[in-house]
Structures are given as C-alpha cells and as structure tokens.
Write a protein that binds this ligand. Structure first.
Ligand SMILES: [Zn+2]
Length: 340
C-alpha cells in the first residue's frame, strides 16, 4: 500500500472536506470522534489527519516530505501518540499516564495529536478521568477517539467532541479503493466486495489470502534474482508476470513500497514500520546492507518516473524492463565491488 493521503480516502467526502477545512482555517477542534465498524478506515483517516495537523507545509493536507510528515510515516513523530486497550479495556492507569504526558507542550510541533483506538473500551473510571482533560483543555492537544459505538461513551464526553460517522461504501467506491490498493478487477474482487458489507478492511482481509500472497512471492523472486545479479532470470520472471498494464501498476506499487521499507530499515531496525509485511525480512535486510541511501533514493525516483510514464503509455513492458536493469545496475555495480 502506498502512503495514503486525504485524496485516497474514498466515499467519505463530506467528512474529509470538513477536516481539510478545519486545517485550512486553523480551526482544528480539541477532540474528535471517528465512529464506524471495524475495518471502516477510522485508523487510516486518523493517521492522515494527524499527519496533516502537524505538517509543516502550507497546504491543508500532508505534504509527506517535511520532517514532521516523514517522522509520522515512520511512526516516530514524538507529537503523535497512540493509545489502545490493554487487554479488553483502556484502564485508568493508562489515562493517568496520558494526562501527565499531555500536560507539557508538544515537543516539535504546534499540536500534539493523541489517537485513541477503541476509545469506547474506556472503563467508566477511565472516562471520568479523561473527561477532566476535555473540560479543561490544556493548550495544543487534539484527541482523536476511534469508536465502533460511541454511545458507550459518557454523553458529557461525546458532547465535547466533533462526531463523524464513517459512511459504508458503495460498490463503485469500494472497487476504486481496492484498485488503489493494487488489486486487479475481476471475479476475486467482486467476491470480496460482495462479502464485505461496504467495509473496506473486511474486503482487504478476504483478498489477502492465496492469489495475492502468491503474487507477492513472485515479486520477491524477482528481487532475489536481482540480488544474485541474474539479468536474464530477472527479465524472464518479470515477463512472466506482466500480462497487462494493470499487472505493471501492481508490480510497481509493490516495488515502491519495497524500497521505501528498506529506506525506513536504514533508520529503524524494526519490522513494525514495514509496509510490505509479507516480504521475507532477510531479503529486506540484504538490500539494506548493500545499498546506500542515495542509491535507494535514486531507485525510488526511477520507480516513480516509471509509474508516471505508464500513464502516457509508451510500452509498459519496456519501461519496467528498463527499471529492472537500472536496479540491477545500481545494486550489482556495488555488490560486485564489495563482495564476490
Ligand atoms: Zn508535511
């Protein structure tokens, strides 16, 4: 999955416009509730909104380039906090710690954003304590409460929040979103949509088994061939996988995430921040150990260029083959010097 932006949120137009407006007018509220079933995209929306609030760019959406955005993407922004249930509920100790954590000024940004997952699992004791922080808002804290049923919260909490309900998605919106996630139109997609009740997370779960995993393995094989410096094998494998332009888009989005993941691994030795979670971790590490940051940026640039060239459709196969040769060149130019 590519790093998401407000534009990638499908089917929640009213909600998204309202959040963007709040940022534009510098009128971000003290507390929000994003309410909706599991898998409806609350967390994704909260991540984007949190990133946008702290973005140093001038737009009302995250630029994904400034220092704050980069840290948010890597999950290390000190001014974005996440709270989630310990066991079945959010306990009073957690709220006490939260209250003390938010009593100081944000570290690097104007605002501190606190994303509380399953906020409706706060115990009554927790809610009472939490209510006090809402009643006496201390400066620059923005609370994003994610709930499946906000009626489980005290009315006094709800009344201090702006409440947004995630809308269930129609079939077309769902299709658009899944294609953005790299899935191919067809029977498999239809089945997933039909069984998902308009909840994107559910559709993604259905799609995640077999077919998709198999494809990821094939992509990994290509990257292993590159690692071994096998030019012919690499091109044979890529040829086998590319039956349509759509296949190409999918492969490129995988590659983009793959190299972004390696870039993140350069700074953080933790697979928690990896986007392509199914990829063999040792493969990622081999690439990381054999490539410099400059080389990674160079390849990411090349992938992006290939993606945009596909829109004008020269020959997508040629574009992608050229990209692989480029990666081979960058990678093996180096490893043949340092190893063998
Ligand atoms: Zn930014």
């Amino acid at each position: 999955m590519i790093i998401m932006d407000f534009d990638d949120i499908v089917g929640q137009r009213v909600l998204v416009e309202s959040l963007k407006n709040a940022i534009k007018r510098n009128m971000v509220a003290n507390a929000y509730i994003f309410n909706g079933p599991k898998g409806s995209g609350k967390k994704t929306l909260a991540d984007i909104f949190a990133r946008a609030i702290n973005c140093k760019g001038s737009d009302n959406k995250p630029c994904n380039l400034c220092s704050s955005c980069k840290k948010s993407i890597a999950g290390v922004n000190p001014d974005i906090m996440y709270i989630e249930p310990m066991g079945n509920s959010i306990k009073i100790e957690q709220i006490r710690k939260l209250i003390s954590d938010v009593s100081v000024k944000p570290f690097e940004n104007t605002y501190r954003v606190i994303v509380m997952k399953n906020a409706d699992s706060m115990t009554i004791e927790s809610q009472d304590a939490f209510l006090k922080t809402l009643e006496e808002p201390e400066g620059n804290n923005v609370f994003l409460l994610l709930t499946e049923n906000y009626n489980a919260l005290l009315p006094t909490i709800v009344s201090r929040c702006q409440v947004y309900n995630m809308v269930g998605l129609g079939k077309d919106d769902m299709k658009e979103l899944l294609v953005k996630h790299g899935y191919k139109q067809g029977e498999e997609l239809e089945i997933a949509i039909d069984n998902s009740n308009g909840i994107i997370g559910r559709a993604l779960e259905i799609l995640k088994d077999e077919g998709f995993k198999q494809l990821q393995n094939e992509y990994e094989n290509i990257l292993k061939q590159i690692l071994e410096g096998s030019r012919v094998e690499t091109l044979i494998l890529s040829d086998k996988l590319l039956n349509s332009k759509e296949d190409g888009v999918k492969l490129l989005s995988f590659l983009l995430n793959f190299f972004r993941d390696i870039l993140i691994l350069k700074d953080l030795e933790d697979n928690k921040y990896i986007i392509n979670k199914t990829v063999d971790f040792s493969l990622l590490k081999s690439y990381r150990d054999n490539m410099t940051e400059e080389e990674l940026f160079e390849i990411i640039d090349n992938i992006k260029q290939t993606i945009s060239s596909m829109e004008f459709n020269v020959s997508y196969k040629n574009s992608i083959d050229n990209l692989f040769l480029k990666i081979l060149e960058v990678f093996n130019g180096k490893s043949s010097r340092s190893t063998v």
